[in-house]
Design a protein around this ligand. Structure first.
Ligand SMILES: [Zn+2]
Length: 66
């Protein structure tokens, strides 16, 4: 999978950050960014665990008082 440099029209690897033929750098235009996607897919899981831990802690305190 390749893309073309918008400046010199040279075919470069799809995941290339800079053009090997000219000083052009590609600012992640339409490319999917796997690292960012992986990071953001973890956020809801961490949030769910945090909420679950908070609810469990509150339930534990309330249950001990009764
Ligand atoms: Zn180029």
């Amino acid at each position: 999978m390749t893309k073309r440099c918008p400046s010199c029209k040279t075919e470069v690897p799809r995941d290339a950050r800079v053009c090997p033929n000219c000083p052009e750098s590609f600012a992640d235009e339409s490319d999917d960014m796997p690292t960012v996607g992986t990071t953001w897919s973890i956020v809801p899981i961490v949030f769910f665990i945090a909420v679950f831990a908070l609810v469990a802690a509150i339930w534990f305190i309330v249950a001990r008082k009764v």
